[in-house]
Design a protein around this ligand. Sequence first.
Ligand code: NAD
Ligand code: UDP
Length: 316
Amino acid sequence: MKRILVTGGAGFVGSHLCERLIEAGHEVLCVDNYYTGSRRNVAHLLPNPNFELMRHDVTFPLFAEVDEIYNLACPASPIHYQFDPVQTTKTSVHGAINMLGLAKRRKAKIFQASTSEVYGDPTIHPQVEEYWGNVNPIGIRSCYDEGKRCAETLFFDYHRQHKLQIKVARIFNTYGPRMHPNDGRVVSNFIMQALRGEPITLYGEGLQTRSFCYVDDLVEGFIRLMATGDEVTGPINLGNPGEFTIKALAEMVVAQTGSASKITYQPLPSDDPKQRQPDISKARALLDDWQPTIALEQGLARTIVYFDGLLKSGLA
Ligand code: NAD
Ligand code: UDP
């Protein structure tokens, strides 16, 4: 049994991770400032004596006696990370410095939730970890992209300079239950619009692509990456290589919900990446043949049930 800190643990991915770690018998300290997450996401874990929830902003130092750290704190949806871009960069950069400092003092293993956004609008396809990316440093997505890139730099410098055990995962678009219904990300937007019978908002012509990973597959990848020996630092792509146009996703959601919603076309936000697909060869080789097992159709069905439940209970 380990004492494990999860920052951003009350968010979408973090809440699933806390659940998995508790199920495995660990003690979990979940730290969150509820910027995009909520206590409701982890309410079911609160009665467990191994679970502790703490309101804390990672841009401030934290002192806690832990053996491992998963650093997930950071808004992930474009509308949320662009709402207060200065705070987004602070969360990524100051948050990383504070958590790395804690890991150094505790000699704890530390995991970073990095992102496919470090590749920007990629010019090679699918994206391999060796690719340095095509990122606009001054655009509206930069607070997130460059913040996450700087966090990766800090992780590797702490590793080289202080011999810290680091695990850096580059996460590709992930979806599932407990995404925020007003999160603005494409899967939650389309499902909520379809269930409410509202127009489906397709940005641009909808020909841009993304590869969607179900949250359980992602969390399995996190656990396997954290369990690797010192020689594995990452960065490692974690995502589902199944690639879809956003228009195809809209059509799938409409079909699976049986909705009468029609597609409406809206302007494409600036710097919106045209294509994105992970090359997961490295993850397969280093993480005991890890690969996603849940197909988009199956994962969407589970996510639709979740959002439908939220709507029916008035919680959306
Ligand atoms: P989310 O917004 O649901 O979760 C982020 C959590 O971090 C929220 O609970 C939020 O309240 C918390 N948080 C934000 N700023 C904080 C701060 N300063 N101090 C403490 N807590 C703070 O998003 P998510 O999808 O669960 O993403 C989790 C992590 O994974 C993020 O770091 C994100 O960048 C990364 N990621 C996610 C995806 C994805 O598709 N879901 C893709 C790439 C990377
Ligand atoms: N998108 C869309 N309609 C929406 C929300 C998003 O067409 O209501 C598009 C968006 O322009 C992008 C893709 O879906 O091309 C994925 O967007 P999301 O915000 O989920 O993630 P990211 O762009 O960070 O991959």
